[in-house]
Design a protein around this ligand. Structure first.
Ligand SMILES: Cc1cc2nc3c(=O)[nH]c(=O)nc-3n(C[C@H](O)[C@H](O)[C@H](O)COP(=O)(O)OP(=O)(O)OC[C@H]3O[C@@H](n4cnc5c(N)ncnc54)[C@H](O)[C@@H]3O)c2cc1C
Length: 395
């Protein structure tokens, strides 16, 4: 990257107009005889190549190369509430261990809370080499300001390479704060992680409404930060622990905060399709709300959760929490039955890791058929009554 430098001594009113005309992004402003580049500039270099000679030039920014060998360790931030870890943390440990096989570095966890020793022991059973524990009364409830101070202190002390956060409500507010404090980048909502040939963290996530998979890395800054959605990776096998619990001293961590916690209360428990083992997913093939009654016998028989595509949320038939996909929930059930769903990439990204996929569609080229273990080409209203029989054979 770099920036476009304007050689002002060569700029006249006419030349400024020529440059304004040549720029496809309206990135020049000519005010009070001064030509400047505005935020629309995409550094496409058309002004350098096609504008009046010598008026604009590309100045390459020289990046200071960092010494990557100074940073060691893949860290998972263990999100906890009431001293119960969010399971996404265990999934991230599984992924961190896979990545560490490539980068040959240790896997650490860090937990912040009060009386979190049980969590620390659990993390060891999931196979971390060390878990760093920050305990204090003031850490009882999540406070983004104080917790950021903790992670900042942790990083200053340990100079780790990668920190992974769950893409949960907490992770989504916490990780950006940590990134800003540590002056590094963050890729939110990754769906895949890998390591580049240069040893950097490859952060992969859908972009532009799921039409492309963006591959992002952070070659010039450390630590490398990413949030990852729940249910993207598998929890690792439990092992006989051989890691270490390190109790960190919190004395020097700033505990002042502008956030005042007035009250906490439990939200009423609602069933979450992310945790469901059996899901029947419904698509726009269901034209009338009344048609949903047809699902009931199958749903009861399988004790399944109902979920749906976005159009069924938009027409108000289901709560938004029932939507599978990029702008909904990610699910990984033992069985998912897709009924009358076209298989848009935005939907598939949210369910493709399901263990057993059955899809019913009247379009023989249905995209879900490509990732299904059993594909039924037919009309859902004819197939549905027969599905019970089929399930008898395969379950
Ligand atoms: C930024 C963005 C984010 C999005 N996020 C999501 C998301 O998170 N989740 C999501 O689901 N969508 C999302 N979408 C919308 C997505 O692009 C699709 O429009 C949507 O998934 C289509 O839903 P559908 O498959 O139910 O409907 P349709 O595309 O209309 O497909 C209906 C399917 O039913 C089949 N069919 C019709 N009648 C019958 C019948 N009688 N028997 C059998 N089959 C039949 C048809 O052949 C077709 O395959 C998003 C879109 C955008 C732009």
């Amino acid at each position: 990257m770099g920036y476009i430098k304007i050689n002002q001594e060569k700029i006249t009113k006419e030349i400024a107009q020529e440059l304004i005309d040549v720029c496809p992004f309206n990135a020049f402003d000519y005010i009070d005889s001064n030509l400047s580049v505005n935020s629309g500039c995409k550094i496409c270099k058309i002004c350098v190549k096609k504008g009046p000679v010598g008026t604009c030039e590309l100045v390459e920014e020289k990046k200071e190369k960092i010494d990557k060998t100074k940073y060691k360790g893949i860290v998972v931030y263990i999100e906890q509430r009431n001293n119960i870890a969010h399971r996404v943390s265990w999934e991230l440990i599984g992924k961190a261990k896979e990545l560490a096989l490539k980068t040959k570095e240790p896997v650490y966890a860090v937990v912040v809370g009060n009386n979190v020793s049980k969590i620390a022991e659990e993390a060891l059973r999931f196979g971390v080499d060390k878990i760093y524990v920050y305990e204090d009364d003031i850490y009882e409830d999540f406070n983004v300001e104080i917790y950021t101070n903790v992670l900042s202190e942790f990083y200053d002390k340990h100079q780790v390479n990668i920190i992974l956060f769950g893409g949960t409500a907490q992770g989504r507010s916490f990780a950006p704060r940590v990134a800003a404090r540590l002056k590094t980048g963050l890729t939110a909502d990754c769906t895949m992680l890998d390591i580049t040939d240069e040893g950097d963290l490859l952060q992969i996530r859908p972009a532009f409404g799921g039409n492309i998979m963006a591959k992002i890395n952070t070659p010039n800054h450390r630590p490398q930060l990413a949030t990852i959605r729940y249910k993207m990776f598998n929890e690792p096998e439990l092992i006989t622990p051989n890691g270490e619990i390190v109790h960190e001293d919190s004395t020097n961590i700033k505990k002042e905060t502008s956030i005042k916690l007035l009250e906490t209360y439990e939200k009423p428990q609602v069933s979450d399709i992310s945790d469901a083992e059996i899901i029947i997913a419904l698509g726009r093939a269901f034209k009338k709300k009344k048609d949903l009654d047809l699902i009931e016998p199958l749903r009861k028989r399988l004790n399944a959760e109902l979920a749906c595509t976005r159009p069924l949320i938009e027409n108000g038939w289901f709560d938004a929490r029932k939507q599978i996909g990029l702008s909904g929930r990610t699910v990984k059930p033992k069985l998912i039955i897709n009924l009358g769903i076209s298989g848009a990439v935005q939907f598939i990204e949210g369910m493709k890791e399901s263990e057993l996929i059955i899809s019913v569609n009247n379009d023989e080229h249905n995209k879900l058929f490509d990732i299904s273990h059993y594909s039924i080409h037919g009309d859902i209203f004819e197939v549905l009554p027969k599905l019970n029989d089929l399930l008898d054979q395969i379950l």
